[in-house]
Design a protein around this ligand. Structure first.
Ligand code: SAM
Length: 233
């Protein structure tokens, strides 16, 4: 599996991004299997990045917000609390296992009424145009193959209101990758079943989809950059 060259429509820059060969059915089956153990497996290592993303998203009382790839529901629960009784959070995830875990989490927290979960594919969002005040995703956009990322972002644009926010937390590529990045990308190429996220160029992808970037923070996960990018439609 060779890395793919992504030519930025805006800058004309060529950046190499690893390909994704796993099918949707394989991805869904993997996340279904993993769902019960996901929090144990990730060991809380993604917590600080999710929290930094939620802070940047800044969900407000009364807002209608969508999360793509909600996983075990940490962020969707936090967003449900923030939007209050007058708001609503919607979530879509391809894995029924993840949906089950998240439904339980929301029920235990008394937040079921504020959330609507769907088992579905982020490349085809089952929501009306101009519906959401904001969209959130963490460690999800980098699961899609390079030609599919614009499809997901166009769907996001369609369902987001004019001026609506999108906040993406994602492992980020570098035009000058260091050793840790090279080892990680090698692991993704050779063990995609276990290392499914791969670094992408988040800001470039958002700009190519005609979002306006407002703010970016770069953090580090074991020496790999994780970007938290806030943009608007
Ligand atoms: C790496 S996990 C991240 C979960 C969560 N956002 C977090 O930060 O803990 C990626 C999530 O995306 C979901 N996913 C994968 N492919 C998807 C697709 N095509 N459409 C919607 N969700 C998908 C998986 O089921 C999984 O729950």
């Amino acid at each position: 599996m060779e890395p793919q060259t992504h030519i930025s429509q805006r800058t004309g820059r060529a950046n190499e991004v690893g390909s994704v060969t796993r099918s949707k059915a394989e991805s869904k089956a993997a996340y279904d299997r993993m769902s019960k153990w996901y929090d144990l497996l990730t060991g809380g290592s993604e917590k600080k990045f999710r929290e930094a993303g939620l802070e940047k998203l800044d969900a407000r009382e009364g807002e209608v917000i969508l999360e793509l790839g909600f996983g075990t529901g940490h962020c969707i629960s936090a967003i449900a609390k923030a939007v209050g009784d007058s708001g609503k959070v919607y979530g879509i995830d391809i894995s029924e296992g993840m949906l089950g875990i998240t439904s339980e989490k929301l029920a235990k927290a008394g937040l079921t009424e504020r959330a609507e979960l769907t088992c579905g594919d982020a490349t085809s969002l089952p929501y009306p145009d101009d519906f959401f005040d904001a969209i959130f995703m963490s460690f999800t956009l980098e699961l899609f193959d390079t030609p599919v990322i614009p499809v997901v972002l166009q769907q996001c644009k369609r369902v987001l209101k004019d001026g609506g926010r999108i906040c993406v937390v994602a492992m980020s590529g570098s035009t000058n990758p260091g050793t840790v990045m090279k080892v990680y990308e090698w692991a993704h190429r050779n063990f995609e079943k276990y290392v499914d996220c791969r670094p992408i160029f988040v800001e470039q992808a958002l700009e190519d989809a005609s979002f306006n970037i407002l703010d970016t923070t770069t953090l580090s996960m074991w020496g790999l950059p994780v970007k938290i990018v806030l943009a608007v439609k």
